[in-house]
Design a protein around this ligand. Structure first.
Ligand SMILES: Cc1cc2nc3c(=O)[nH]c(=O)nc-3n(C[C@H](O)[C@H](O)[C@H](O)COP(=O)(O)OP(=O)(O)OC[C@H]3O[C@@H](n4cnc5c(N)ncnc54)[C@H](O)[C@@H]3O)c2cc1C
Length: 291
């Protein structure tokens, strides 16, 4: 997100602090093979200050065998910060348990940090650093159009952001369109049968949520951005031409290409889209949090 910091090694992890795990809850249904857990942490750093859209760093224990002191990974804060035990800052993160396939051996290995986090239980202590990254800023214009586009755990920062707008910004009267992509309905976070944090806004005239699912959930799993955004293409293109429209994007890096394809179709050509996106980016009206 912050173009000045591109490699994990470049992040300042000198200023570390401990956090206590208050709880860990699975937020994907048991029927889904995607395990995402919401982990609540009390930070042993009373002066911790966070802006919405920022991430925190987790240092999970490294392997002595490879002389690695720790593994460092970033996670978006998934809710508005609160005060926990003894008035300490309390935050939530949503972590997906992931694995990776070694390109040489073809073997599948569990991801170190996400598995470490998903295995934590209440009372455990972890080492953290941060916060990092640019914030998703509340637009200056209180009647702005916000287009939020996320996939998978990319919904986490938007959940905090939308809550903040409706709870803490009384003069906000802009429109929010949330586009949320997932491989299947079972993988939608905070927007599924068991937990729908956004239902409270569905009756508002200023809030719209659209789900973009993969047409082939069991196979390639690519989210149908072209269909979902394309169906509203005319309206989106009109909004993108207005000076008070902001687009915030969060999720996996592959989204960039998928969205470029979908918006190029909407714009009528790749060139036209590249020009519009460059204008939006230069004006701070297209902001990406991709990982
Ligand atoms: C700014 C930023 C914010 C992030 N916020 C979150 C967050 O809120 N929640 C979260 O779970 N992760 C988030 N990540 C990703 C996280 O930092 C780790 O990369 C991830 O947990 C995998 O770490 P690992 O050590 O377990 O596995 P690794 O060995 O590092 O990665 C294993 C594989 O998993 C893929 N992968 C990584 N993250 C995800 C994901 N979320 N969903 C699907 N596949 C993934 C990687 O591409 C890789 O192929 C964020 C990353 C950045 C840079």
């Amino acid at each position: 997100m912050n173009s000045a910091v591109t490699h994990l090694d470049d992040y300042d992890t000198e200023h570390r602090f401990e956090a206590t795990v208050v709880g860990s809850e699975r937020i994907t249904s048991d029927a889904s093979d995607a395990e995402v857990r919401e982990i609540t942490l009390d930070l042993q750093r009373p002066d911790f200050e966070l802006q919405l859209g920022q991430s925190v760093g987790i240092l999970s224990p490294g392997s002595e065998e490879f002389g690695q002191e720790h593994h460092f990974r970033l996670y978006s804060v998934a809710d508005l910060p609160e005060r926990g035990a003894g008035g300490l800052p309390r935050i939530k993160i949503a972590v997906r348990r992931v694995s990776y396939v070694d390109p040489y051996s073809g073997e599948r290995y569990p991801g170190v940090s996400s598995n470490y986090l998903c295995d934590l239980v209440a009372g455990d202590t972890i080492t953290m650093a941060g916060p990092y990254g640019l914030a998703f800023e509340v637009p200056e214009e209180m009647d702005a159009n916000l287009i939020l586009i996320g996939t998978g755990t990319g919904i986490a920062p938007f959940r905090a952001f939308v809550k903040h707008l409706y709870k803490n910004v009384p003069s906000w009267r802009g429109n929010i369109a949330l586009f949320y992509g997932a491989r299947s309905g079972l993988e939608l976070l905070y927007m599924n049968d068991e937990r729908d944090d956004f239902t409270q806004y569905y009756d508002l005239d200023t809030f719209d949520a659209f789900k973009a699912l993969s047409p082939r959930p069991g196979w390639s799993g690519a989210v149908d951005w072209e269909g979902t955004l394309g169906q509203r293409g005319e309206k989106l293109w009109e909004l993108l031409g207005q000076p008070n429209t902001y687009v915030y994007v969060a999720g996996l890096v592959k989204m960039r290409e998928e969205l470029d394809k979908a918006f190029s179709q909407i714009a009528g050509s790749e060139k036209k889209w590249a020009r519009r996106k460059a204008e939006l980016t230069a004006g701070g009206r297209w902001v990406e949090l991709l990982y």
